[in-house]
Write a protein that binds this ligand. Structure first.
Ligand code: ZN
Length: 125
């Protein structure tokens, strides 16, 4: 149901308002383009669990050097090159966890596993 609306309709789902509810049939109207949709049940407005946005934090281990952990982190998440060595070094020395990425939960847990294999400690929040 969710997919069908996306194909037919290009506006944000947030612009949909419930026009009328008739038993299991719900009619929505888009405030942006004025289109109307009818859906059975409440499937359309159910949030998709797989699409939760997560924040990824790096944690620092005592078992290997700060420099090697930073270089592994940059290999694992190339975007961390933008953070700057000073900030990374400072956080690593103080063992302060640092936010390094934002992504959907399924990607996040994949990254967590990859990190484990490489010896980079990550935390998904
Ligand atoms: Zn619309």
């Amino acid at each position: 149901m969710r997919g069908r609306i996306k194909v037919e309709h290009k506006c944000d789902e947030k612009s949909l308002v419930v026009l009328k509810e008739d038993g299991v049939l719900t009619t929505y109207k888009c405030l942006v383009c004025g289109k109307e949709f009818s859906e059975i049940g409440s499937i359309v407005i159910t949030a998709d669990k797989d699409l939760l946005m997560c924040e990824i934090y790096v944690k620092w281990s005592k078992d290997s050097s700060v420099v090697s952990q930073i270089s592994k982190l940059k290999k694992l998440i190339p975007d961390t090159k933008k953070i700057g060595n000073n900030i990374l070094l400072e956080a690593a020395k103080k063992r302060k966890s640092l936010k390094v990425a934002e992504m959907f939960s399924d990607e996040a847990y994949e990254l967590l596993e990859k990190g484990k294999m490489m010896g980079v400690l990550l935390q998904v929040i």
